[in-house]
Design a protein around this ligand. Structure first.
Ligand code: F6R
Length: 242
């Protein structure tokens, strides 16, 4: 595991985006694993700018998102499909038919999870996976105590995650407590992993990820197993590292 510590969130986004641009230029048919949440938004802005400046094309790229809320269809404004369209896909030359987000409205969510795993395999696996991290060390929606070998499945969100994400929902809006998420085992099969973390609220999670024991109580610590993982963090998120 490599840790890159930069001055601020803007530098984290720019550095992370450059890794993706280089990767796509080296392999135009790259399979990207993508994340939602606040942290990757600035990186997506950098990717859009790179596309607009002719530095990268997404024409032959495929993507798989980490997770989706169970019970929300892709047209729901709080769905992660909607987020991805607005934050990235609508602004670059990607073929949306090659973008996948777990089906939050699937009639049979368990079958949808198995189909998601099969679709990743059919594409040859994820070449480069983008991750954020929860304050509790979750990656995707793999909350503490998730099996470190877990696959794409339905997962109940913890109170901490529900509270953290409440900011995206209106006061009277339905906020799902269940999700479909790639498993930790699924994530670990990505050829390369890029985790971004910014802000002091992530400092404990980053310390546990890098220095803590490899343990299901901090799901991101499983990344210690993965040789091609880079953590890109700002000074604040790195502030508790020894
Ligand atoms: C989102 C995801 C989550 C977030 C994490 C951090 O697809 O998988 O693990 O990366 O909750 O979210 P932010 O960036 O909003 O702090």
């Amino acid at each position: 595991m490599k840790v890159v510590i930069l001055n601020n969130a803007a530098e984290v986004a720019a550095y992370g985006a450059q890794i993706f641009v280089k990767h796509i230029n080296a392999k135009p048919t790259a399979v990207l694993g993508l994340a939602t949440g606040s942290t990757p938004v600035a990186l997506y802005k950098e990717l859009i700018a790179a596309y607009q400046q002719g530095q990268v094309s997404f024409k032959h790229v495929s993507t798989f998102n980490l997770d989706e809320y169970l019970g929300l269809s892709g047209s729901h404004p709080q769905s992660y499909r909607h987020f991805m369209n607005g934050q990235l896909f609508d602004h670059v030359d990607i073929n949306k038919a090659n973008t996948a987000v777990p089906a939050g409205d699937a009639a049979n969510p368990l079958e949808a999870c198995a189909a998601y795993e099969a679709a990743i395999v059919a594409k040859g696996g994820v070449d480069i996976q983008l991750l954020g991290i929860g304050r509790n060390g979750h990656i995707g929606f793999n909350e503490p105590s998730s099996s470190l070998r877990s696959r794409t499945r339905v997962k109940t969100l913890t109170r901490a995650t529900i509270d953290d994400n409440a900011r995206f929902f209106g006061p009277d809006e339905f906020q799902p407590h269940l999700s479909l998420t790639m498993g930790i085992g699924t994530i670990l099969e990505s050829k390369k992993i890029v985790l971004l973390a910014t802000g002091e609220s992530k400092a404990d999670a980053i310390k546990a990820t890098v220095e803590g024991p490899l343990s299901a109580s901090c799901p991101a610590s499983a990344l210690q197993w993965h040789e091609q993982t880079v953590l890109i963090v700002d000074e604040a998120a790195a502030s508790k590292l020894s």
